[in-house]
Design a protein around this ligand. Structure first.
Ligand code: GSH
Length: 211
């Protein structure tokens, strides 16, 4: 299996899932021009990371990759099995992370894609940060009294949240103010698989990790 990723992006979650599974895999970190290259667009027509290549399958879309990895590796304990009640909740939260929280961040990082007014970038970012706050608040409330997003153990949903929640630590209202999300990020930052991913990326967790 080969994952196309870029340091600090949402693809961090798929990289964590591969580490949790523990089977051999390869990661290629691609830069922006490579994501838009003719060759890469054949694998991922959107020109973004992640893409997972698994045999003949070239699979874009982080949520689809996480579900594929989960279903192909039932022994890895990275999420509930199909047909269980927890699996339904997993679908719900993966959809929310992929389809709601993630797009709320896009205008923060790429305001030029959301307005044709070059003077409007700050307003676009401010509006997007309000939406990020709305989504993080909802997730934080969901996590009240829970250790993990779904069920009693860590799952691919936690890895997905880890990647995205990490983006907001530098915001005016930082991730650390969402105490349940912050606790989950801190737990995962101490996970050896997550540390391995950071080492491979040349990145660091956004939270201090106990020695
Ligand atoms: N719907 C896609 C979105 C992926 C996405 O937006 N990836 C970002 C990194 S977090 C990216 O590669 N952006 C480059 C670009 O938008 O040009 C998914 O969930 O996999």
């Amino acid at each position: 299996m080969k994952l196309y990723s870029a340091p600090g992006t949402c693809a961090t979650a798929m990289h964590i899932a591969l580490e949790w599974i523990g089977k051999p895999y390869e990661v290629e970190h691609v830069d922006f021009p490579t994501m838009k290259s003719e060759e890469y667009l054949k694998l991922n027509p959107s020109g973004v990371v992640p893409t997972l290549v698994d045999g003949d399958l070239a699979l874009p879309e982080g949520m689809a990759i996480l579900l594929h990895l989960l279903d192909q590796n039932p022994q890895a304990n990275i999420g509930p099995a199909a047909g269980t009640a927890d699996r339904v909740h997993l679908h719900r939260w993966l959809a929310y992370l992929s389809g709601t929280l993630h797009p709320y961040f896009w205008p923060v990082f790429m305001p030029m894609r959301f307005t044709t007014d070059a003077n409007g970038y700050d307003d676009v970012k401010a509006a997007a940060k309000q939406l990020v706050d709305k989504a993080l608040t909802q997730i934080d409330q969901h996590l009240e009294g829970r250790d993990w997003m779904v069920g009693e153990t860590k799952s691919v949903a936690d890895a997905f949240l880890y990647a995205m929640a990490s983006w907001a630590y530098g915001f005016k209202k930082p991730t650390s103010e969402y105490k349940n999300i912050d606790a989950l990020v801190r737990k995962l930052a101490a996970d050896p698989a997550v540390q391995q991913v950071h080492a491979a990326q040349g990145t660091s967790p956004k939270v201090p990790v106990a020695a």
